[in-house]
Design a protein around this ligand. Sequence first.
Ligand code: KIV
Length: 266
Amino acid sequence: MIKKVTINTLKKIKEEGRKFSVLTAYDYSTAKYIDEAGIDVVLIGDSLAMVALGYETTHSVGVDEMKIFTKAVAKGVNRALVVTDMPFLSYHADVSEAIKNCGEMIRLGANAVKIEGYSQYILQVVTRLTETGIPVMAHLGFTPQFLNSLGGYKIQGKTKEAVDEILQQAKDLEKAGAFSVVLEMVPQESAKYISENLSIPTISCGAGKYCDAQVLVSDDVFGKYSEFTPKFARKYGDMKEFIIDCAKKFDEDVKTGKFPAETEVF
Ligand code: KIV
C-alpha cells in the first residue's frame, strides 16, 4: 500500500536531516507521472498563469481557474502531498473570504494551500486556516504576487538586517501554524541561516542547497516552457523539441497518406 506524504512526513524528513522534492503540476497525467516518480510534494503553482495559460504574470489567474487545475492534479496524485497556490486577491480581502477560497481547494482534493507574504493580517489568515484544518505553506523572499511593489524580479535577503527580518517573519508564520516555508530568490548563505534557525522545513526556490527541500516549475525541468528560464532552474529534458518533432512527424504522415495505417482503422 502506498504511504501518503503528510505534513508530518515533511517535518520528520527535516528532523532526520533528509531532503524532499517539490515539483509543480497543472494537469492530471503530469501529476500522475511525477507522483509515480517519487516527488514528495506536488504544487499547483500560480506559475500556471504563465506556463499553462500564457499570461504575463501570476496576477492574471483567479480562484476559478486554480480550482480546475487543482481538481485535475489531485485526481492524478496518490502519494505526494498536494498543495494549491492561492492566487492573487483570493485571501487578501478578509479572513472569511480566505477560508472560503482555501477551503474550496481542500474540497477539490488539495491537502494544503500556499500563501505569499507577511503582515499581521497574513498571520491572522494562517492562524485561522490552521484552526480550520487547512495546512498552510508560507512563501517569503521574492514573492511574485508582490512583483509591482518589489519593483521587479529582485533577490531578497542580501543584507544581515534583511535576512534577520525574513527569519523573524518565518518564525512568526511558524508560530501562526505554517508547516513549511518557500524561500524564493534568497542568497544561499542567507537561506542556510534561516533553515538552521527554523523548525519547519524551508523549501528553496532559487535559495540554494542548504534548504530542506527544493522546488522547481515542472515546465522548466521538462524543457517545455521556453519563454523564460530562471538561473536557478535545471532542465532535465527537451519537451519542447520532443513535441515539435512528434507534431512534425504526424503532420508529414497525414500529408503523405502514411497515417492512418491499416492497423489504425476500423
Ligand atoms: O507558482 C509557483 O510555481 C511557485 C513555486 C515555484 C514556488 O510559487
